[in-house]
Design a protein around this ligand. Structure first.
Ligand SMILES: *Cc1c(COP(=O)(O)O)cnc(C)c1O
Length: 395
């Protein structure tokens, strides 16, 4: 019999009832160090007092009104994002997937309005993840994602991650944009080097096509800059955001330049929930914290500290781990043993990590985790690795 919850996830038998900073508490009162943050969502930790206050205050006044009316919280969040980024304009969504939809529509509409309606192709990369909508899975293009779901939305060209020669060769009179994650999350914490992102920007400029960055996972302070592309000193034309920006409230955004967004006039796009007062009140509180230079400096300091610990872990357990990868607090441990074994051993050692492709476990902690949390992260991952080693020896 099919479970009452559609069984699209294979779930670990963990039942959390409370969260506090970087910690989760289960029904038995056992405390787990959460290095996954709901997949890079709880950027300021669980039950952050400031976010709780903002959310409850807003909830007592007004949860939702339609985008048919002015929404001051949305206006304020858009202004903050415009002031702090390359963007001239912002559309709010409820998820990364919804942001992906608009990013693709926006790029195609731009060229349609520019008298080039045949420029519809988007160049994307192997190992990418852009959400589970028909456009999102077509953009990623893996058989695992598109198989069985009928005709795949056309107009995507797939290349190996970082194949910039391939990009140059793939650009034709039908190309509208390149869509890439500066750091692949689901793909296994694969970082596109800054120099390559810079070169990609140049290739797009030369060809007169748009650069769309998917910063759903790597954005909002995760890498120690407000957005990951800032490290490369370039700006995109369109950027997808979600996950961290709501701190746990479902909120996403598409940021764009005036030029790239020029086709999106009244009636061309919409969202019932996107940018509602409750979501944007929380988003404003997240942005206020995360955009502070001293907050980002702390992310960088903690990143160095955690990374140093992880390098030590890899050195101590060469039969378990291969390498540390990533940037900021978006880190991965490439495993020698099956990554799932490490994730499972982590549960036993009361530490939460998240598996990714390329046999990697992801560490996406709250951006405000403490130095003690980092020390605990090492202790617990070390204990988990010891457990896996014991199991191997016994076998
Ligand atoms: C999670 C993710 C998405 C999809 O976001 P949802 O909120 O799950 O729809 C898209 N792109 C990237 C890079 C992601 O990590």
């Amino acid at each position: 019999m099919i479970p009452s919850v559609l069984p699209t996830y294979s779930r670990a038998p963990l039942h959390f009832v409370k969260g506090e900073g970087s910690w989760l508490v289960d029904t038995d009162g056992r405390r787990y160090l959460d290095l996954g943050s709901g997949i890079a969502v709880n950027a300021l930790g669980h039950a952050n007092p400031k976010l709780v206050e903002v959310l409850t205050t807003q909830a007592q006044n007004l949860w939702h009104v339609s985008n048919l009316y002015e929404i001051p919280q949305q206006q304020a969040l858009a202004d903050t994002l415009v002031d702090n980024t390359f963007a001239d304009t912002v559309f709010f969504t409820n998820s990364g997937t919804e942001s992906c939809e608009l990013a693709i529509k926006m790029a195609r509409k731009y060229f349609a309005d520019a008298g080039q309606p045949d420029r519809v192709e988007i160049i994307t990369f192997d190992g990418s993840f852009h959400g589970r909508s028909s456009a999102g899975i077509a953009a990623a293009g893996t058989p695992k994602m598109v198989g069985g779901f009928g005709p795949t939305l056309p107009g995507f060209v797939h290349l190996a991650f970082g194949d910039l020669d391939g990009v140059t060769n793939a650009i034709t009179e039908h190309t509208a944009a390149v869509l890439i994650e500066p750091i692949q999350g689901e793909g296994g914490i694969r970082v596109l080097p800054d120099a390559e992102l810079k070169l990609l920007r140049e290739i797009c400029d030369e060809a007169g096509i748009l650069l769309i960055l998917d910063e759903v996972q790597c954005g909002v302070g995760r890498t120690g800059k407000l957005f990951a592309h800032e490290w490369a000193g370039i700006t995109p034309d369109i950027m997808m955001v979600a996950k961290g920006i709501g701190g746990g409230f479902p909120l996403g955004a598409v940021l764009a330049t005036e030029k790239a967004a020029s086709g999106m006039t009244a009636g061309t796009h919409g969202s019932t929930y996107g940018g509602n007062p409750l979501g944007c009140a929380v988003g404003n509180a997240v942005m206020e914290e995360v955009s502070k230079p001293e907050f980002l400096a702390e992310v960088n300091r903690k990143s160095s500290l955690l990374r140093q610990k992880l390098e030590g872990l890899v050195a101590a357990h060469p039969d378990i781990f291969d390498e540390v990868r990533g940037s900021g607090l978006m880190l991965g441990l490439k495993c020698v043993v099956p990554n799932i074994d490490m994730v499972q051993a982590g549960y036993d050692a009361s530490v939460i990590t998240i598996p990714a492709a390329e046999n990697v476990i992801r560490l996406l902690p709250a951006l405000n985790l403490t130095d003690e949390d980092i020390a605990e992260a090492f202790n617990r991952l070390d204990a988990a690795a010891n457990q896996v080693e014991t199991t191997i020896k016994a076998a």
